[in-house]
Design a binder for this molecule. Structure first.
Ligand SMILES: [Cu+2]
Length: 157
């Protein structure tokens, strides 16, 4: 089979670029330690109410001035229903569910997770703007889904 010279150059260019981009992708992933999510914390959904720190959901202040917020989602509420944090606080959310899959979404921020029974999901956010934030379940979880929400109050410094 005869392949025209220009066609061969073009194929060589295409394959070379493919290999170069794959190599670059692999290098960047290794260099930046980008890996698929792993080592997620597991929790027995039936024992959430007795498993620290989820036995007392709420806010904890760490020695470095940041916060950890432990949330339990269950039909049809979040515990705690209200969180009060100071402006510019860096908060890491830890979320789990005791029953079905729920959503954990704070509009106006990048906080957007699933609350999955048996697993603890985490995400960190810095609240730069004072005011009231809504926390909503954005995963249909049953007949009372539309009333499943919480509030986060960010107080001025
Ligand atoms: Cu829901």
């Amino acid at each position: 089979m005869h392949i025209h010279r220009y066609e061969r150059w073009w194929m060589t260019f295409g394959i070379t670029m493919l290999v170069a981009f794959l190599a670059l992708l692999a290098f960047a992933a290794v260099e930046n330690s980008i890996v698929p999510p792993s080592g997620m914390q597991q929790i027995d959904p039936k024992l959430v109410a007795r498993t620290p720190p989820f036995d007392h959901p709420g806010l904890r202040r760490l020695s470095d001035g940041s916060y950890e917020a432990y949330y339990v989602a269950q039909v049809f509420a979040f515990d705690p229903p209200l969180l009060v944090i100071p402006q510019d606080a860096k908060v890491t959310f830890y979320v789990t569910s005791t029953d079905v899959v729920h959503g954990f979404f704070i509009p106006g921020t990048a906080v957007n997770m699933m609350a999955v029974p048996g697993w603890v999901n985490t995400q960190t956010h810095v609240f730069r703007r004072a005011g009231e934030y809504l926390l909503i379940c954005h995963e249909y979880c049953g007949i009372g889904h539309q009333s499943m929400f919480g509030k986060i109050e960010v107080t001025k410094r």
